[in-house]
Design a protein around this ligand. Structure first.
Ligand code: ZN
Length: 259
């Protein structure tokens, strides 16, 4: 896949000096990350078809907000979208934009399975994995130039990269594991039965082994799933069942019926 690395040379105009932030990842503050994410989401949304059913969206947002509310970035706005795509996948952009394909909703059987995927994606945002990845790939100056508004071409290329790869940056196995770990924690704190993460990943793995091509993209975007399943299994005793926790609910089945 074409990466933005080539831009780095051209754009190494010390843009970050102009960004003047402190304490951010790679010099990118949370405000800047949200600004970048909003620009990127606007680009991406011109090119993906979204499901606009208000009932479906209202349920998806309620799940997302429930989880988002227990995270350290609860005071930052998050947005949740359903992509009209039959492939099983989900992705997030910097700045709190979380996209769930209708194909993934179709393959989930219970509310806590959807909540697990959303918690995983929210965790990528909270851990700022996209910005960290850009930093490692020495692409931070590109982000800087986009933020300064003087590089529309780079924004478009970044959006094209998202559309081709399902995410702004391909995350490492370490990032994926961290998103699982944080996701389990967040979904549990939000009141969900954490077993939904194991149930859903096991199901997807079985589908992949059975040759179901609709999950291929999910495994490409989320490497190391079988190792991660073992890891999740090992952590589940930390999240014992509680009275009143959410395993399933009616809203989830209404959502399924509508997408
Ligand atoms: Zn992930």
């Amino acid at each position: 896949m074409v990466r933005l690395r080539s831009f780095a040379v051209i754009l190494a105009v010390a843009v970050m000096a102009g960004c003047g932030s402190s304490g951010g990842v790679g010099g990118v503050s949370l405000d800047q990350e949200w600004q970048l994410g909003n620009q990127l989401a606007a680009q991406v949304q011109q090119q993906v078809r979204l499901v606009n059913d208000p009932v479906a969206l209202s349920y998806l947002r309620s799940v997302g907000e429930r989880i988002h509310a227990v995270t350290p970035l609860a005071d930052r706005p998050f947005n949740f979208y359903i992509v009209d795509d039959p492939d099983v996948n989900a992705f997030s952009l910097p700045g709190g934009h979380v996209y769930i394909n209708r194909g993934l909703i179709d393959k989930a059987d219970k509310a806590n399975e959807l909540a697990a995927v959303m918690a995983h994606e929210i965790s990528h945002v909270v851990a700022r994995h996209a910005i960290k990845q850009a930093q490692q790939a020495q692409e931070i100056n590109i982000i800087g130039s986009i933020l300064l508004g003087n590089n529309p071409g780079a924004l478009q290329q970044l959006a094209a990269q998202v559309l081709a790869g399902g995410t702004m940056a391909r995350f490492s196995r370490k990032d994926e594991k961290q998103a699982d770990d944080m996701g389990l924690d967040f979904m549990y704190k939000a009141g969900y039965d954490a077993h939904g993460m194991l149930d859903f990943f096991e199901k997807l793995l079985a589908m992949e082994r059975g040759g179901n091509s609709s999950v291929a993209r999910f495994f490409a975007d989320h490497p190391g799933t079988s190792d991660r399943i073992a890891d999740i299994q090992g952590r589940l005793p930390n999240y014992p069942s509680r009275q009143g926790q959410i395993v399933d609910d009616q809203g989830f089945h209404e959502l399924k019926a509508r997408v």
